[in-house]
Design a binder for this molecule. Structure first.
Ligand SMILES: Nc1ncnc2c1ncn2[C@@H]1O[C@H](COP(=O)(O)OP(=O)(O)O)[C@@H](O)[C@H]1O
Ligand SMILES: Cc1ncc(COP(=O)(O)OP(=O)(O)O)c(N)n1
Length: 270
């Protein structure tokens, strides 16, 4: 019999195409040697060209999934992805408070607002619940530049604005902030900026020439969450996540008529 591996929970939506959402999170947990669990928030009808429908899960059922796994199996770290509505966010916050997620258990908040094709995955009014309820409970928040604009109203186009955005997100209560630079398309590098309220750390890597980056944000946040589940510090977990997503972008593949997913399958060759 094997020892029980570290346990990580994703609270996220389902992507029927398998590229992003909880499907990306669970395979990233597995690739990192962590037992993955899921609390499903919404089912998206999604493929490589976009999202054509969304069905939200009742908030009480989302909360019950969190309680069920936390009270029996246990959770060493958790992440959130697509949360869809204010009501679902409030139910998640209540359940997480009950079981210590966001206090004794690290919580990574990936504030998913839209798919890469522009399909809305979060109702507009739910942004306020992110600001007032989720960010104050976040060990780490990992917005892309569109999510930064929605949360703090800053249009990031350069490194100075990326720093200003990190400061404003930290002021909302997140203990650590990672402002991702993947959408700064004019930049030949991809630089993500980590901030803890005192120090900035730039995580810089090459920008690979591929359109197949579906699920990139999920894979980055899930690999960070997996490291936190193993007891790694936030800066080391983020450094691991950056290496992990770089390899996963390099290993991305075409799928369907549109945008293919990043892939953690490279771990099988290592
Ligand atoms: N073409 C690329 N080459 C290398 N890394 C990338 C590329 N595009 C995005 N990344 C990295 O993938 C992660 C997710 O980036 P980003 O695109 O900003 O967020 P999201 O997927 O949430 O929209 C970040 O670590 C970013 O630096
Ligand atoms: C169900 C679901 N959740 C999240 C996303 C967004 O995934 P992400 O990795 O943040 O970004 P893109 O791949 O859309 O750029 C999604 N599409 N579906």
């Amino acid at each position: 019999m094997q020892a029980t591996p570290p346990r990580a929970l994703t609270i996220a939506g389902s992507d029927s195409g398998g590229g992003a959402g909880l499907q990306a999170d669970l395979r990233t947990f597995f690739a990192n040697g962590v037992h993955g669990m899921s609390a499903v928030t919404a089912v998206t009808v999604q493929n490589s060209v976009g999202v054509s429908d969304v069905s939200e899960i009742p908030p009480s059922v989302v909360a019950a999934q969190i309680r069920a796994v936390a009270t029996d199996i246990g959770v060493d770290a958790a992440k959130t992805g697509m949360l869809a509505t204010t009501e679902i966010i409030m139910a998640i916050v209540a359940a997480c408070d009950e079981v210590g997620i966001g206090t004794s258990v690290p919580l990574v908040v990936d504030p998913v607002a839209a798919s890469m094709h522009g399909d809305q995955l979060l109702r507009d009014e739910a942004l306020e619940a992110y600001r007032t309820e989720l960010l104050p409970r976040a060990t780490l928040v990992t917005p892309n530049l569109d999510e930064v604009r929605l949360l703090v109203g800053i249009d990031v186009t350069n490194a100075d604005e990326q720093r200003q955005a990190a400061k404003e997100l930290h002021a909302l209560g997140a203990r650590w902030v990672l402002v991702k630079g993947g959408h700064m398309h004019h930049d030949p590098t991809c630089t993500d900026l980590l901030y803890d309220g005192n120090d900035f750390t730039e995580l810089t890597g090459p920008r690979y020439d591929t359109k197949h980056t579906h699920g990139g944000g999920d894979t980055l946040a899930a690999s960070i969450t997996a490291s936190l589940a193993k007891g790694t510090s936030v800066p080391d977990a983020v450094a691991h996540g950056k290496r992990f997503i770089e390899r996963s972008v390099q290993a991305s593949y075409p799928l369907g008529a549109g945008v293919g997913p990043v892939s953690p399958l490279w771990v099988l060759d290592d």
